[in-house]
Design a protein around this ligand. Structure first.
Ligand SMILES: Cc1cc2nc3c(=O)[nH]c(=O)nc-3n(C[C@H](O)[C@H](O)[C@H](O)COP(=O)(O)OP(=O)(O)OC[C@H]3O[C@@H](n4cnc5c(N)ncnc54)[C@H](O)[C@@H]3O)c2cc1C
Ligand code: SF4
Length: 350
């Protein structure tokens, strides 16, 4: 019998890796630092996911259930790996409660941290109650409360969604595009219009990156079917006139200053490297890339590899990823880990 595979992190990537391994008869130990499985979509209470349109609690909840029900998967919640020694095929991990785990291979599926909008203070978050994030609006929808202004509970007449908050912003050291927030925002705008048909929704953008098939399904549908308005702009600041929020900036198509009042302003927050990545890098002996995400092996021969043989990686731990891609990467890492734990030689990272 081969040694178990250690999977760290139980978001879409870790859940899919654990399930794929167990489906092939492989024993798995799954370590999650929070008190629940499911990763960001469950922990942050996402509403309907793109592109499936399924509620996160159902779609990701189903993935959680099949992992919880699988006798080949042992789960440790509220737990992190403190030490990790040995080599590919024969690792020993110690958890914070002292539990020792022998593992043939490891998959790091430790995901990302949401950008904290207080790092963009000129856009009003933390100053004005009615400046919120996409995750907060998702929670309003998924909890059944509906979209309301936090300051007084009223239905907003006018909502602005600001894209690229904490992404594509060199001033605050975040050069990367978070990949999915244009699509998520177009979807959210349509959900707001569905719930509140009299509410005007504006999306402020630099560029729109509703990549691939999402262009028609989200970008065009939000404008043509849901009458969401798009404004190409550089935003200077979000202030208040005492009654309403004011979004100030420049319309970059007509090159004119604009000042438009809103009841609610939504930050489309991006994906930062997991705040634990320095620790994960030290404990597991794997490299980080220049922004602080876990570095992937740069080889098509080893898509899930890291800088340490036998330690694989999947999902948003390596940079912004969608759920679909995180699930696929979890399955790919599972195959590499399975081969190694059963004695096959897997190509090490370059
Ligand atoms: C606002 C917003 C909305 C989004 N909506 C969508 C959508 O509709 N569709 C879509 O495709 N994508 C969406 N995404 C992207 C989606 O969140 C990611 O693709 C997905 O969560 C990545 O899965 P993951 O398993 O790699 O990481 P995560 O979901 O981040 O899961 C990582 C897990 O690892 C655990 N962990 C972290 N560190 C440790 C540690 N040191 N030890 C043990 N466990 C640890 C975490 O607690 C967590 O459970 C959205 C992103 C944002 C920001
Ligand atoms: S996906 Fe869109 S909102 Fe997100 S960082 Fe990229 S361009 Fe900006």
């Amino acid at each position: 019998m081969s040694k178990p595979v250690l999977v760290v992190g139980s978001g879409p990537a870790g859940l899919s890796a654990a399930h794929a391994l167990a489906s092939a008869g492989q024993e798995v130990v799954l370590v999650e630092k929070e008190d629940r499985l499911g990763g960001a979509p469950i922990l942050s209470g996402y509403a309907k996911l793109v592109p499936s349109g399924e509620w996160a609690k159902d779609a990701i909840g189903g993935m959680v259930k099949r992992v919880e029900d699988n006798p080949l998967i042992t789960t440790h919640l509220n737990s992190v790996v403190d030490t990790f020694d040995g080599e590919a095929g024969a690792f020993v991990a110690k958890l914070k409660d002292g539990t020792s785990i022998d593992a043939g291979a490891t998959i790091l599926a430790t995901g990302f941290t949401h950008f904290d909008s207080v790092n963009k203070p000129e856009w009003g978050f933390g100053t004005y109650e009615d400046v919120v994030t996409t995750t907060q609006v998702e929670q309003m929808i998924s909890s059944g409360q509906g979209v309301r202004c936090p300051s007084d509970g009223r239905k907003p007449d006018r909502v602005a969604i600001l894209l690229c908050v904490g992404s594509r912003d060199r001033q605050i050291g975040r050069e990367w595009c978070s990949k999915i927030c244009c699509t998520v925002s177009a979807n959210l705008a349509m959900e707001i219009r569905e719930e509140l048909p009299d509410t005007n929704v504006y999306i402020y953008y630099m560029d729109i990156r509703t990549f691939g098939l999402y262009e028609g399904q989200y970008y065009w549908a939000s404008q043509e079917e849901y009458k969401v308005k798009y404004i190409k702009a550089r935003i200077a600041e979000v202030t208040s006139d005492g009654k309403r929020l004011i979004v100030k900036g420049e319309d970059t198509l007509v090159k004119r200053p604009i000042m438009i009042p809103f009841d609610m302003v939504v930050h489309a927050i991006g994906m930062d490297p997991n705040v634990d990545n320095m620790t994960l890098s030290a404990v597991f002996g794997v490299d980080l890339e220049k922004y602080g995400f876990l570095a992937k092996a740069s080889s098509y021969a080893s898509m899930s590899g890291t800088s340490r043989e036998g330690v694989f990686v999947a999902g948003a731990a390596t940079g912004p990823e969608t759920i679909d891609d995180s699930i696929a990467q979890g399955q790919s890492a599972a195959l590499s880990a399975l081969a190694l734990s059963r004695g096959a030689k897997v190509e090490a990272a370059e």
